[in-house]
Design a protein around this ligand. Structure first.
Ligand SMILES: C/C(=C\Cc1cc(O)c2ccccc2c1O)CCC[C@H](C)CCC[C@H](C)CCCC(C)C
Ligand SMILES: C[S@@+](CC[C@H](N)C(=O)[O-])C[C@H]1O[C@@H](n2cnc3c(N)ncnc32)[C@H](O)[C@@H]1O
Length: 234
């Protein structure tokens, strides 16, 4: 059985190339649709305004980017960046059905986007930071891309402890992976728990964000501590 070593960029990219066709369906199924609420909480922090130019790093199949593109109308735009082509193809198909949205897609590395400094009014990374080889470098690039005063929202699983950690592990091992097994991709979802074990805690993320140059930093647990939202001001 293949395994995807957390921190190996090629393996992580390949994982998301392979699960792209099932990704959204399994997120809805496995979280009972609650991931949409958690993403709305990330958007609420960003306070998107008409005319703003926003960035969705590790955008995947583009659900967040498409919502943001609606919120910055008229005059604004959203750029979604992802390392994997398959999720971007899903995102482009979804965007084609909404031609009024100013949204574009770029295959690239969130650790080195090549975009101009201070070129974005706001940015989101949803369930992406944990998949980067070096989350600290990811936060540095995020800060570089934002104009001073711009907001960023970093949504991901929360590295918890005690009963919450036990529930998280139980849910991932006993529900998530067996469900993924039915779609022939159990090892892809087994990676989730492995990647979480090496993910910085909320307070460690706060330290990394301050070191990256963010002026305001707050890590907020969501869903009873199962998820976490890093609220940042550049
Ligand atoms: C949107 C969500 C996860 C995105 C996601 C992130 C990754 O890094 C992956 C890596 C490998 C495969 C898939 C993913 C991936 O989908 C969160 C919702 C989906 C989760 C799979 C469900 C797990 C949620 C909590 C652990 C438990 C929620 C319990 C609640 C009662 C629903
Ligand atoms: C769990 S998905 C999150 C997708 C979307 N943000 C969401 O909330 O559903 C993680 C995404 O990060 C992308 N990714 C992983 N490493 C990356 C990197 N170094 N640069 C850009 N994207 C990356 C993967 O290809 C994948 O599409």
């Amino acid at each position: 059985m293949a395994s995807f070593r957390p921190g190996d960029p090629q393996a992580v990219q390949e994982l998301f190339e392979q699960i792209a066709p099932r990704y959204d369906q399994l997120n809805d199924l496995l979280s009972f649709g609650l991931h949409r609420l958690w993403k709305r909480q990330a958007i609420a922090w960003l306070q998107p305004q008409p005319g703003q130019h926003l960035l969705d790093l590790c955008c995947g199949t583009g659900d967040l980017a498409l919502v943001l593109a609606g919120r910055v109308r008229p005059g604004g735009s959203v750029l979604g960046i992802d390392a994997a082509a398959a999720p971007l193809a899903v995102a482009a198909r979804r965007a084609a059905a909404q031609p009024w949205l100013a949204v574009s897609w770029q295959q690239g590395d969130a650790l080195a986007t090549g975009l101009a400094s201070a070129s974005c009014d706001g940015a989101v990374i949803a369930y992406g930071l944990r998949n980067l080889a070096d989350p600290g470098t990811g936060l540095l690039e995020l800060r570089r891309l934002l104009r001073d005063g711009g907001r960023a929202a970093v949504l991901d699983f929360n590295r918890s402890s005690g009963a919450v950690e036990s529930f998280q592990s139980f849910y991932l091992r006993r529900l998530v992976v067996p469900t993924a097994e039915r779609f022939g991709i159990p090892e892809h979802y087994a990676y989730l728990e492995e990647s979480l074990q090496r993910f910085p805690t909320g307070s460690e993320q706060q330290q990394l964000a301050r070191r990256a140059g963010f002026s305001e930093v707050r890590h907020r647990p969501l869903a009873g501590g199962l998820m976490g939202l890093l609220e940042l001001v550049a």
